[in-house]
Design a protein around this ligand. Structure first.
Ligand SMILES: Nc1nc2c(ncn2[C@@H]2O[C@H](COP(=O)(O)OP(=O)(O)OP(=O)(O)O)[C@@H](O)[C@H]2O)c(=O)[nH]1
Ligand SMILES: [Mg+2]
Length: 463
């Protein structure tokens, strides 16, 4: 039995967290209809006795369902809205922490000022969240990279976890800013946060608002046409992220033939210690339209690897993989369907030297609410260096003129901290670029029209 805790930090983290809990609660409500606290629910919830606050065992009647959640923001608006909304009763108010002013889009305010001020309270919340769970497998942390609270305080929390819960997997899902982002300091905040994640997180599922908004504006979510012109509203982008997280946790929540515990993710996906950044791809990305029902499994499978289905703005198929995880969901997907497609796909994607050249495959027989069958891929892939290079250029453009630097120095940072973070990012780019070089050879061959391993599209027809 695996128990997991989700920690949402800052506006973005809490808005995504809210969509995640909404999805998860509804999917369990549809399945667990007899009012019993099941082992599926116990992966992310506790059943408490309202008066004495003790946890009731699996198999007990549902009394008071509480999410294994910690909600943190340095403003009150988003967390208050969540607590006052229809999901409010799910959250233990003692596991929420808000402040009044926010971090003003400044990593140092979140990381240093609030990190110090609230350290004891957060430590205590982590202890309370972990204590009643006899087998705590993972902390999942959700935050943006561009603001001050999620990126600053969020990474301070990841550091605390590394210090106090070294054996529990620390999985971070973070949203990088898009290039049209309205937070002017977002390149600083992202690069400062990245250094901490590279050191103290175990796996970092990386998303960006460029890719999320492109995917949303090209497709139709839940049958609702989206506005054509940007900006795409956050709630639609967050719905996509929540779907990815719900899929990722589906096999541990519902069980499955090939369930991979979240605690194994780092071992399965990161052959080298600092290369732990995972790019998610989803298929289908559209809502459940009648025309999709008939799509062949093979086509849906293949689409999960395509660039337009990635939630980060890069193309794993044109580069080399260090590791690849595939999670299939659906009643009618057999292990043989997955095996057939993995075998076929092995001819089209390319593993880098030094990688394990093996797939982590997970199969969950319970479909998502929106799709009878769906696939999620997580790629540890050389193409990650490209969005990181863009981020580096934006950081350097600001840092060269020392723009906005004084706001950070006022909080006790030094220029050397910026340089160390930039160095850490450069090393990461260089590592991923080397992996990418192995993929570039294959892509070159494709561009010249030859057929070679890893470079041709499989012949799949829409059914
Ligand atoms: N996808 C997505 N991005 C968001 C959302 N909210 C904010 N962002 C992005 O996140 C960055 C800003 O971070 P926020 O999460 O708003 O900041 P915060 O962590 O609350 O920090 P402060 O406001 O500085 O205290 C920008 O890049 C925004 O575009 C959201 O709900 N979804
Ligand atoms: Mg905020």
């Amino acid at each position: 039995m695996s128990h997991n805790v989700v920690i949402s930090i800052g506006q973005c983290g809490n808005q995504i967290g809210s969509e995640f809990w909404d999805r998860v609660v509804h999917s369990h409500a549809l399945l667990d209809t007899d009012g019993t606290f099941t082992s599926a629910l116990a992966t992310f919830f506790r059943n408490t006795d309202g008066r004495h606050d003790s946890s009731l065992p699996i198999g007990s009647r549902l009394k008071h369902l509480q999410a294994n959640a910690v909600l943190i923001d340095m403003e009150t608006r988003v967390v208050d809205r969540l607590l006052r909304g229809p999901l409010g009763d799910l959250f233990d108010k003692r596991m929420t922490l808000t402040d009044s002013c926010g971090s003003g889009n400044n990593w140092s305010t979140g990381h240093l000022t609030y990190g110090l001020q609230h350290e004891d309270t957060i430590s205590e919340m982590l202890r309370r969240s972990a204590e009643p769970l006899d087998q705590l497998q993972s902390f999942s942390v959700l935050h943006s990279m561009g603001g001050g609270t999620g990126s600053g305080l969020g990474t301070a929390v990841v550091k605390m976890m590394a210090r106090d819960y070294g054996k529990t997997a620390r999985l971070v899902s973070c949203v990088f800013p898009g290039d049209q982002d309205d937070v002017v300091t977002s390149p600083y905040n992202s690069v400062l946060a990245l250094k901490v994640l590279a050191e103290d997180a175990d796996s970092v599922i990386s998303l960006d608002n460029n890719a999320l908004s492109t995917v949303c504006s090209k497709h139709v979510l839940a049958g609702r046409p989206l506005r054509k012109s940007p900006p795409v509203p956050f709630d639609q982008m967050n719905d996509l992220v929540a779907r990815m997280l719900a899929d990722l946790t589906s096999s541990i929540r519902f069980g499955g033939e090939l369930s991979i515990p979240l605690s194994e993710l780092p071992v399965r996906m990161s052959p080298f210690p600092r290369m732990k950044f995972l790019i998610p791809g989803l298929s289908p990305v559209t809502g459940a339209l009648p025309s999709m029902e008939s799509k062949k499994i093979d086509r849906t499978f293949y689409e999960a690897f395509e660039r337009r289905n990635q939630l980060m703005d890069c193309d794993p198929q044109r580069s080399a993989y260090l590791a690849c995880l595939l999670l299939a969901r659906g009643k009618d997907i057999a292990p043989s369907d997955v095996q057939r497609n993995v075998d076929k796909m092995k001819r089209y994607i390319h593993f880098a030297p030094g990688s394990k050249d093996e797939w982590a495959v997970s199969l969950c027989g319970i479909p998502s609410q929106s799709h009878p069958r769906s696939f999620l891929t997580l790629a540890n892939n050389g193409c990650f260096h490209k969005p990181m290079q863009c981020l580096k250029e934006r950081f350097v453009a600001m840092y060269r003129g020392r723009a906005h630097l004084h706001h950070y120095l006022l909080n006790g940072m030094e220029a050397a901290d910026f340089e160390a973070s930039l160095e850490s990012l450069s090393a990461l780019i260089s590592d991923y670029r080397q992996v990418d070089a192995a993929g570039a050879v294959a892509a070159n061959v494709r561009d010249r029209g030859y057929v070679a391993v890893g470079v041709v599209k499989p012949k799949v027809k829409a059914g």
